[in-house]
Design a protein around this ligand. Structure first.
Ligand code: HEM
Length: 289
């Protein structure tokens, strides 16, 4: 079985994230069959624990986004039933695809959030820093993000968090303080060996975990109604990779909080299982469909 193509491809020119909850008395089996036929192969579809449970299915490794207390920071859990990452060449196509999918689902699922995402300056976060530099690539990306064997072979797990930035506060810092928040130089993107231990890339250095916590990040900026930030998205062959990194970022390991929290914070958090694809369609057989 193949992974959903959008997991291993770089972020698209335009994106749209749709999150759905279960609807009372919704016919979720029929809705998922319609989604299977309608979803373009460019989309990435993820199933949350509440949906698997409602179907009476057990997906090994799938759980709801946890409550992780750390140094007073508590990344929120806003676990939903279903998440769709619409990936297209343009905002117009994203809008049309999202509307089409909503029409297929809306009788049986409740739309909770719909957020458009975009590429900023060729792949930078709105803070100005390049994002995705240390992503594993090729066979390393497959090993990090895709389940290699067993009944879930070809599938993946997504961690999704919408982060809300205070860019005015960040831009009021000196250039050095900003570089030390991230741990990389804005100009040239070089890693800064003398950055403080709180620097984001020091907290998240994938090879510093045991076992290493390589993950495939496909985050994109968002901006709506005067607010903006990063729609963080990471794929892993299990959710543990993301969770170990987030646990360290919030200071729960050693009391050192990631410098990122000085200017941004997560406002949503969800975990989703992303089924594999066969013959161009989602393989929902692990859900009994
Ligand atoms: C607003 C939130 C975030 C921003 C703005 C952000 C930004 C960045 C930037 C600029 C880099 C350096 C370039 C790169 O390698 O991509 C980076 C690296 C990284 N980030 Fe984040 N990040 C955010 C949240 C997160 C979260 C929630 C996680 C996981 C829990 C995470 C995991 C990583 C990892 C694993 C790396 C690569 C570290 C390495 O091995 O060098 N990031 N991030």
């Amino acid at each position: 079985m193949n992974p959903q193509a959008g997991i291993l491809e770089p972020p698209p020119s335009a994106g749209r994230h749709l999150t759905f909850d279960l609807k009372h008395a919704g016919n979720i089996r029929a809705a998922l069959q319609r989604l299977k036929s309608a979803a373009p192969p460019s989309c990435v579809v993820g199933v949350g624990a509440p949906l698997a449970k409602a179907l009476g299915a057990s997906i090994e490794g799938l759980r709801s986004f946890p409550s992780l207390p750390g140094c007073g920071l508590q990344p929120p859990s806003t676990q939903s039933a279903l998440w769709v990452f619409v990936r297209e060449q343009s905002t117009s196509e994203c809008f049309d695809t999202a509307r089409m999918l909503e029409r297929e689902l809306i009788a049986d699922f409740a739309l909770v959030e719909e957020v458009g995402t975009f590429v900023y300056r060729g792949g930078h976060d709105l803070s100005g820093y390049e994002d995705g530099t240390e992503n594993p690539r090729g066979a390393d990306a497959v090993a990090a993000a895709i389940v290699a064997a067993g009944p879930l072979q070809g599938s993946s797990f997504a961690a999704v968090q919408r982060w809300l930035h205070d860019l005015t506060g960040f831009q009021a810092l000196s250039a050095l303080e900003r570089d030390h928040t991230i741990g990389r130089a804005l100009q040239g993107n070089d890693e800064l060996p003398d950055a403080p231990v709180s620097a984001h890339v020091k907290r998240s250095a994938q090879e510093s975990y045991d076992p290493p916590a390589y993950m495939v990040r496909r985050s994109m900026p968002w901006s709506e109604g005067g607010e903006h930030g990063l729609y963080f998205l990471a794929f892993g062959e299990s959710l543990d990779r993301f969770e170990r990194v987030l646990t360290r970022m919030i200071g729960a390991e050693d009391g050192v909080v990631d410098g990122l929290f000085g200017f941004t914070r997560p406002v949503t958090g969800g975990y989703y299982w992303c089924p594999g694809q066969s013959e161009g369609h989602l393989n929902l057989s692990p859900l009994g469909l």
